[in-house]
Design a binder for this molecule. Structure first.
Ligand code: ADP
Ligand code: MG
Length: 263
């Protein structure tokens, strides 16, 4: 049963992921994600911070339903999310992923307009052609690719890295996303354009009520752009809380190291 008080939340409850590794004839178990719980509300940003290999992307993939947890549950609006059929389709529409590499969610053969119009058309079958195009243009404007007409007919490789990531964000929003899992969304971009893309995500969160899981190993941007920080270390969340508090009163050794590196 869905709990109406949890409307507008995306929750990870006791997520565990083990990978069975093989080396020669020997098998071993890697506990990539140990027992991770947290909730994101719409209109808020939570940062998941941790060193490479700590389990961040595995969590992202489980939340985006690209990977099954070994155990644990993902709940949307308080209800366990579907594992197949129409329920899963609806879930994937509302919980979208933005990858480190913008090309990961873009098709090199398709125009920018096609990337945005297609999900709008699929999810709004009653909409007329001109209305679909108008909505797509509005979305491109929303991610600051304006005038939209300048970008509509181009293909992904004809844009800069930052513009491509903006298209990937618009593509995620097009089917009506309420939550975005952004897995190191700016770490492949030039330093000079990173803040622009992070500011865009922040605007979408504040003005449009998007819930954002911002995955990064950069404590400084995590602090600036999130309401809450979760620090991961070897599959566990070792520290969590208000962004300033986690940084100023870091208890775990790893958080202290991160803070020193960022200072
Ligand atoms: P992060 O995103 O924090 O760098 P990942 O979630 O990608 O970490 O990886 C966590 C751990 O799980 C790493 O040790 C990684 O090698 C391992 N891992 C991730 N995906 C797989 C997989 N499909 N098979 C085996 N091991 C994996
Ligand atoms: Mg990763």
């Amino acid at each position: 049963m869905s709990d109406s008080t949890r409307k507008g939340t995306l929750e990870a409850r006791n997520l565990v992921k083990d990978f069975r590794l093989r080396s020669g004839l020997k098998f071993s178990m890697l506990h990539a994600v140990k027992d991770v719980s947290f909730a994101i509300e719409q209109g808020r940003t939570i940062a998941l911070v941790g060193e490479s290999g700590s389990g961040k992307s595995t969590i992202a993939r489980m939340i985006a339903k690209l990977e099954h947890p070994t155990s644990g549950t993902v709940l949307l609006d308080g209800a366990p999310s579907a594992t197949g059929g129409k329920g899963l389709e609806a879930y994937r529409r509302e919980v979208q992923m933005v990858f480190q590499d913008p090309f990961a969610s873009l098709n090199p053969f398709h125009t920018i307009a096609h990337h945005i119009e297609r999900p709008i058309r699929i999810h709004n079958p009653g909409l007329s052609g001109p209305d679909v195009r108008m909505r797509a243009a509005q979305l491109l404007d929303r991610v600051q690719l304006s005038p939209a007409s300048k970008f509509a007919d181009r293909r992904p490789h004809e844009l800069s890295g930052g513009q491509r990531q903006r298209v990937a964000i618009a593509r995620a929003l097009a089917p009506g996303a309420r939550f975005i899992v952004a897995d190191e969304p700016v770490s492949m971009l030039d330093v000079s354009i990173r803040l622009g893309v992070l500011n865009l995500l922040a605007d979408l969160q504040r003005q449009d009520g998007l819930g954002v899981l911002y995955i990064t190993h950069d404590l400084a941007t995590a602090r600036h752009f999130s309401d809450e920080i979760l620090v991961m270390f070897r599959g566990d969340i070792v520290e969590r809380g208000d962004a300033d508090d986690v940084i100023l009163n870091a208890r775990h050794e790893y958080t202290r190291q991160l803070r020193e590196a960022a200072a």
